[in-house]
Design a binder for this molecule. Structure first.
Ligand SMILES: Nc1ncnc2c1ncn2[C@@H]1O[C@H](COP(=O)(O)OP(=O)(O)OP(=O)(O)O)[C@@H](O)[C@H]1O
Ligand SMILES: [Mg+2]
Length: 400
């Protein structure tokens, strides 16, 4: 069949090169078959190819090469099961696809397929049987790479989850805010009164109980402060402070937070520059870190607090120019954090502790405070090998 001769009335615009969009580049095609072949060949977003009745590849297009990675020479004559995963091959999925197409007139599916080199992609697949005079002569197969669509869908679901989580957190924030204020005031009265009683009591037994009560009240006060910070997104009140002095003056409270078997010591570089920091938040962060270390060493151990000057780019902005930070590290030789949990420990409310022992707000306070102060927090830990959390706070350009 040939239809190259133009009709008497003039060239059919649908068949001229101009109608295809490029006046000079595309020659007139020989016949419908050639035209169809070129059309299919030029499709890049779909692998469109023919199989014989047994499933061997008989034709190949540019889309096939782009999506599956094989050239025409590599693929023609081979069996199409090479595009399937070993699990699908084991369950006879290629033959099943052909059978369903043959018996039901079409086979459609979505699933994982394998590119040249072994990488997998998510594919949308259609197989149609081709009949000639009631005799099956092969199959037409169309495959589309829908990995992007799948990823978009996953991203959409993740952002939906995140939004839901944000609404949940907002509701929790509102709920806790009102209560936390009153609790904080009450606990401060209790702590001050306990300190006074401790001052006037000489009895060792009573002192021991008082210390225990003070520890519990301080933990309660820390918790309510954290809930307040969390609920209000508190604005930092920064003033110039010496980190060494802040740590030094917090040591009594920090020691009190530790139980008997735990030794706590602090070591600083000499002449650390002053930094602009919210002192109350820094103290809360230290107490959070020391409490975590204590809880990781139920049988006792050592906690070291160090403060050093470091010049680096923050890890969340690795391209930024290096600048100076004071890095406060709290290290312990406790249980360590399993690799699976490490990505989650800075999340609000993530805790592995039993109810009443942990709220899961400690590290999120440390992380949030570090970032809000223009610094960063880092975690180094391995199961059974202890934990070091670094809280790095920026040194102002004009340190005193
Ligand atoms: N030094 C550490 N050693 C071992 N595990 C730790 C350490 N610090 C944190 N973790 C793990 O990270 C989790 C989250 O810590 P985070 O301080 O945020 O909450 P929490 O201690 O459980 O509760 P709280 O709000 O009372 O601090 C802990 O439950 C614990 O599993
Ligand atoms: Mg904690």
């Amino acid at each position: 069949m040939s239809d190259t001769s133009p009709p008497a009335a003039g060239p059919d615009p649908a068949r001229t090169p101009r109608a295809l969009g490029d006046a000079a580049a595309i020659p007139l095609l020989d016949d419908d078959t050639q035209q169809l072949k070129r059309l299919i060949d030029g499709v890049v977003d779909f692998a469109i190819y023919m199989l014989d009745t047994e499933g061997h590849v008989r034709s190949w297009n540019t889309g096939g090469e782009r999506i599956k990675g094989y050239t025409r020479e590599e693929v023609i004559g081979t069996h199409f099961s090479r595009f399937y995963t070993p699990e699908d091959i084991a369950s006879d999925a290629p033959a099943r696809g052909l059978r369903i197409a043959r018996e039901e007139g079409r086979f459609t599916a979505e699933g994982w397929r394998v590119r040249k080199g072994g990488a997998v992609f998510h594919a949308s697949v259609v197989i149609d049987p081709i009949w000639q005079d009631d005799v099956l002569v092969g199959y037409a197969k169309v495959t589309r790479d829908i990995t992007d669509r799948l990823e978009d869908q996953e991203r959409l679901e993740q952002s939906r989850d995140a939004l839901l989580q944000a609404h949940k957190l907002e509701a929790v924030g509102k709920l806790t805010l009102g209560l936390a204020h009153d609790f904080n005031n009450l606990l401060n009265i209790i702590i001050n009164s306990l300190e006074l009683v401790d001052h006037y009591t000489m009895q060792p037994k009573a002192k021991k109980h008082l210390q225990g009560a003070m520890r519990a009240a301080e933990r309660g006060a820390l918790l309510t402060r954290q809930l307040l910070t969390f609920g209000t997104g508190r604005v930092l009140v920064s003033e110039r402070h010496s980190v060494a002095t802040v740590i030094h003056e917090a040591m009594d409270t920090l020691r009190r937070a530790c139980h008997d078997g735990v030794t706590l010591y602090a070591r600083f570089d000499d002449d650390l520059p002053g930094i602009d920091v919210d002192r109350e938040q820094l103290e809360a962060a230290l107490l959070n870190l020391v409490s975590n270390s204590r809880d990781a060493m139920p049988a006792g151990g050592h906690i070291a607090i160090t403060a050093t000057l470091r010049e680096c780019a923050p890890p969340h902005a690795a391209d930024a120019a290096a600048s100076r930070f004071i890095c406060i590290e709290v290290s312990d030789n406790g249980d360590g954090i399993p690799a699976d949990d490490q990505a989650r420990v800075f999340e609000p409310f993530f805790t592995t502790k039993e109810v009443g022992k942990g709220s899961g707000l400690g590290l999120s306070q440390v992380f949030g405070f570090a970032r809000q102060s223009g610094g960063f927090a880092e975690l180094k830990s391995a199961s059974g090998e202890g934990t070091t959390v670094s809280l790095c706070l920026p040194v102002p350009r004009d340190p005193e």
